[in-house]
Design a protein around this ligand. Structure first.
Ligand code: F6R
Length: 609
């Protein structure tokens, strides 16, 4: 969840570190800190809160000229978000500094042992045991040997980086189940939790694997396993456009990413469906689907919502029984699995601890695995044999938007592919849906062009609103859940999503004139039923907002306000209905003056279980 970054080269490390932390701040923003090594030894600067607090402190101090350095932006696990808990942490000499992303599970036991040996602790973090442990092993050893000896005592999932004033020409990084990528420059090398921190410096990168560590010098990167044995690894070239990590004139990354959705959908579809008359080209092996009996989908949060739509599509189009599990539940309450089961892991970051742990547990039981992610180079990518790249690229706003719609498109392609393989839908029906998918980008552009201003105005009316209810049925029920999640995570307004028909079984008691109800109601199987459920809310004085077609008399009659969506084949509607809900959440939060891209308590990549 935290972001870590580091530099070794011929230039002053500080600008790289600060810029890198800015680009990783989406991973956590409870505190930030840097340690540099230069002629004056080890310099440490840390500050509670967001990166701008650290920047202020750095501005007020003499600039460090060290050419080796590490930086950290924290999402607090052990110890409150206070300066003394901010990374880097040092050993007793103050000459060795460590940053860590992850959790050291046996830290309490190690801390006790180190205290008995006379070590003094200055923080409540799990990380602080690491510099002390390394210091215990330094006598007569290289920095790499001492780090590996310390790592041998750690239990948990972590990525670690170490610098020392006594070893001013190297830095050491270690990876065990937390992301870490190394960048190769000319006379300088870098590392980071994620590529946005290094992509404007180099596109030659190497993703460290679990159980590997690296010694970075100015001219070389040596990779070792935890026994110290040297490994041969070759960097790859990233096909990345640095503009992905810029706001390009939008006020927030989230708004930019909402607007990127038409392009992302075009990319996700490109060269996979041709002229919609042939098979869908997902590049997956046919063994993955042979004699398939059941599918389990594992995901968290917004990816879990996309998976609920995916379940509907796979069952409806391909007739394969499909269940969606929260990753955090699947691992400890796994369903019966057999060799005819396919487990699909869905994740925008590819680094979600719960999802990857559940997939690892499923893999150990011999089932087939498929990943759906926009980060094929991630840990999830390495874990699963087969993968659908949603091609949404990097998402910076903590609230997922474009990665969600891209996951939906991937599920349409997968469900149609399975329908084609199993002959459960005619070629004509498959073609109809594919043609409809190709029209969605232009339809979303229409929604964005016409509704942005209206929704900005509408958002003014919810300044004092404390609760929202979102309802939908069938494959728009997950969209109601997603609309509620978007609103609560960025505006801090309490919001719940319900299947519209379920309201009358309890939640309707919550309604009065103070609680707006947003209903997703599009023509199709459940249209009239959803409108009736909306009317039931209206009869309890709730203000009704419909995501519905503008020119449908029944919708006009029912709703106080309509966020219009074009009428499409009902099965395609979720990709359109989610867009006004993303805009509504965004504009309510922006109007409240909240930090839309970095909402409190959250992080983009949740690597802890
Ligand atoms: C919501 C959001 C989270 C993530 C969840 C899973 O906007 O972003 O709910 O969807 O943490 O993350 P990934 O998809 O990276 O596995």
């Amino acid at each position: 969840m935290c972001g870590i970054v580091g530099y070794i080269g011929g230039r002053t490390a500080l600008p790289f570190l600060v810029d890198g932390l800015k680009r990783l701040e989406y991973r956590g923003y409870d505190s930030a800190g840097i340690a540099t090594v230069g002629e004056s030894g080890l310099e440490l600067v840390r500050a509670k809160g967001k990166l701008h607090n650290l920047k202020e402190k750095l501005n007020g101090a003499a600039h460090s000229t060290g050419t080796v350095g590490i930086g950290h932006t924290r999402w607090a696990t052990h110890g409150k978000p206070e300066e003394h808990n901010a990374h880097p942490h040092t050993d007793a000499s103050g000459r060795l500094a460590v940053i860590q992303n992850g959790i050291i599970e046996n830290y309490a036991e190690l801390r006790l042992h180190l205290k008995e040996r006379g070590c003094l602790f200055k923080s409540e973090t799990d990380t602080e045991v690491i510099p002390h442990l390394i210091a215990c092993h330094l006598a007569g050893h290289s920095l790499l040997e001492a780090v590996l000896a310390a790592v041998g005592k750690l239990k948990g999932a972590f990525a670690i980086a170490v610098v020392s004033a006594d070893f001013p020409d190297e830095l050491i990084v270690v990876r065990q189940q937390a992301p870490l990528v190394i960048g190769f420059g000319e006379g300088e090398n870098y590392f980071a939790s994620d590529v946005p921190a290094i992509v404007s410096h180099t596109t030659r990168v190497l993703t460290l694997q679990d159980g590997e560590c690296a010694r970075l010098t100015r001219d070389e990167v040596q990779i070792h396993d935890f026994s110290g044995a040297r490994l041969r690894r070759t960097p790859r070239s990233l096909n990345w456009n640095p503009s992905l990590v810029e706001k390009r004139g939008f006020r927030h990354f989230m708004l930019k990413e909402i607007h990127e959705q038409p392009g992302v959908i075009r990319d996700t579809l490109e060269d996979r469906i041709g002229d919609a008359t042939g098979p869908i080209r997902l590049g997956l092996s046919s063994d993955l689907f042979a004699d398939l009996e059941r599918i389990y989908i594992i995901a968290c949060g917004t990816s879990w919502h996309a998976s609920l739509v995916g379940k509907y599509l796979i069952e409806e189009l391909a007739g394969i029984p499909t269940e969606v599990n929260y990753a955090s539940e699947f691992r400890y309450c796994p369903p019966p699995l057999n060799l005819r089961t396919l487990v699909i892991g869905v994740s925008q970051s590819g680094e979600t601890g719960d999802t990857n742990a559940a997939l690892t547990a499923a893999k150990a039981r011999g089932v087939r695995l498929l990943g759906i992610t926009n980060r094929p180079e991630s840990s999830l990518g390495a874990l699963v044999g087969e993968l659908i790249d949603t091609r949404a690229g990097m998402e910076i706003g903590v609230a997922a938007t474009k990665t969600f719609t891209a996951q939906l498109v991937a599920f349409y392609l997968l469900a149609l592919h399975l329908a084609h393989l199993r002959g459960t839908r005619s070629g004509e029906r498959i073609r109809e849906i594919l043609v409809g998918l190709q029209q969605l980008p232009a339809q979303i552009e229409g929604i964005l062009d016409t509704q942005e201003r209206y929704i900005t105005e509408l958002a003014r009316e919810f300044d004092a609103t404390r609760d929202f209810i979102f309802i939908g049925r069938g494959l728009n029920y997950p969209i109601a859940l997603e609309g509620a999640l978007k609103l609560k995570e960025i505006s801090y307004i309490h919001a719940e999503g319900y299947p519209a028909g379920e309201m009358k079984h309890g939640p309707i008691a919550l309604l009065d004139s103070e609680v707006p109800v947003v209903a997703v109601a599009v023509p199709g199987k459940v249209y009239e039923k959803t409108l009736s459920n909306a009317q039931e809310a209206k009869a309890r004085d709730a203000r009704l907002i419909g995501v519905a077609p503008l020119d449908e008399p029944a919708a006009v009659e029912t709703f106080d306000q309509i966020l219009p969506v074009p009428v499409v084949d009902e099965i395609l509607s979720p990709i359109l209905t989610v867009v006004p809900l993303q805009l509504l959440a965004y504009h309510i939060a922006a109007r409240r003056g909240l930090d839309v891209d970095q909402p409190r308590n959250l992080a983009k990549s949740v690597t802890v279980e």
